[in-house]
Design a protein around this ligand. Structure first.
Ligand SMILES: NC(=O)c1ccc[n+]([C@@H]2O[C@H](COP(=O)([O-])OP(=O)(O)OC[C@H]3O[C@@H](n4cnc5c(N)ncnc54)[C@H](OP(=O)(O)O)[C@@H]3O)[C@@H](O)[C@H]2O)c1
Length: 370
């Protein structure tokens, strides 16, 4: 889905030097619709080339197209058609508003605007219709071509993807979930090594609140003027464990309709997205993978399933307290962050929400008219 002039959409990444930003830079290399044309980060990085500013954590080299880009500050003048935001939440809120007001579509990973009443919290496979709230957001805030769309917290992303077919087929009442969350979810440098080596930290600031609130919006409805919560009972316990990538979650679920374990497995296994979503470059036709082995999924073995975009489910069994319990795993930096924002951008490009902006070079070359 290229621009009307046949060129790729020009993407910028705010917070490009961080854990999520680096994933975005890597996912944008060789993307069929998007090209990376701008990067921004903190004062520590501005003015340096991306290669000099970044402490690269990913396998393989820094993508060639990113190496020589000069890291900019957070002024909304980046040379691109739209931006991904992977900024620390201390600066994300205002910066994302500044960019949206200046006409940039903003695809955000940060928590700041997720629960705003006119901002879509989007997982295309779950609530693609919530994108329609962009129209109301623009009207409310006086944005012209800009807007803000967010993706959920990393542990919510995998959980809600797995809950979606259960909600559709059986209806949901209550969810009790315990997470075992990877270190890369805390950014870099994250949790000090002496706190986490050979240990588990049973607290992640703000995480349980997000996991209890965000699914209500994601599994709820957009009625044309406001979001209506799903009204679920949710209780979450969140733990940090010494794993590099991949959040494991143990969930128990109370369904509205009685179901056998085979029916639950079948609902998960047969979950298939629309042809529109399956045709997006980052989309998977079957984004939930069900495993039969007793000891799977495991972060090291399964986090990259479906290029990191799948939610992997195992150990579907009866729950003596609620109805069904299961274990799920998703890659926190891909399905839970960079890949999620990329899929949102692809959906919005396909649906005509992006507009080409004049590039800074073309603008500078324009004759001055008096
Ligand atoms: N990690 C995950 O799994 C995950 C999942 C979902 C959502 N998120 C959210 O995504 C965002 C990024 O997370 P992360 O894990 O990538 O964090 P991170 O590794 O700490 O990276 C933070 C980024 O923000 C920039 N930054 C920090 N302070 C800044 C300032 N004052 N002005 C301008 N830029 C500033 C940093 O630039 P410098 O390098 O120049 O300091 C860096 O590029 C956060 O809001 C986080 O909550 C993370």
């Amino acid at each position: 889905m290229s621009r009307r002039d046949g060129k790729k959409w020009r993407a910028g990444v705010l917070g490009a030097t961080g854990m999520v930003g680096q994933r975005l830079v890597k996912l944008l290399a060789d993307h069929p619709w998007f090209e990376l044309t701008g990067v921004a980060a903190s004062e520590r990085s501005t003015g340096k080339t991306y290669a000099d500013a970044v402490r690269w954590h990913l396998e393989g080299p820094i993508p060639e197209e990113a190496r020589k880009l000069v890291v900019k500050d957070l002024e909304p003048t980046l040379d691109c058609d739209f931006v991904f935001s992977a900024l620390d939440s201390s600066v994300a809120g205002k910066t994302e508003e500044d960019f949206a007001r200046a006409g940039y579509p903003v695809l955000s990973n940060s928590k700041n605007h997720r629960m705003d009443p006119d901002v879509p919290l989007l997982i295309p496979e779950v609530n693609a219709s919530h994108a329609e709230a962009i129209r109301v957001q623009r009207k409310n805030r006086g944005y012209d071509t800009g807007f803000i769309v967010t993706n959920p917290n990393c542990s919510t992303a995998g959980l809600v993807l797995v809950l979606k077919p259960l909600a559709d087929v059986f209806g949901l009442e209550k969810i009790f979930v315990v997470t075992l969350q990877a270190l890369s979810g805390a950014g870099y440098p994250g949790v000090p090594s002496l706190d986490i080596l050979g240990n588990v930290v049973p607290f992640i600031s703000g995480e349980e609140e997000k996991m209890e609130a965000e699914p209500q919006k994601l599994l709820g409805k957009w009625d044309g003027s406001r979001f209506i919560d799903a009204g679920l009972g949710i209780s979450a316990h969140c733990n940090r464990v010494p794993v590099v990538d991949g959040h494991l979650e143990c969930a128990s679920v109370r369904l509205k309709k009685t179901a056998t374990l085979d029916e639950v497995r079948e609902a998960l296994r047969s979950f298939e997205v629309s042809p529109e979503l399956a045709s997006l470059p980052t989309g998977l036709k079957h984004p939930i993978v069900v495993q039969n082995e007793d000891d799977r999924p495991q972060p090291r073995k399964d986090a990259n399933t479906g290029h990191g975009m799948a939610a992997v489910v195992g150990r579907v069994r009866e729950c003596p307290l609620l109805d069904v319990k299961l274990t799920l795993l998703s890659h926190n930096l891909v399905r839970g962050a960079a890949g999620a924002a990329l899929l949102n951008a692809e959906l919005l490009a396909a649906r005509g929400y992006l507009k080409a902006r004049i590039s800074n070079n073309a603008r500078n070359a324009e004759p001055v008219t008096r």
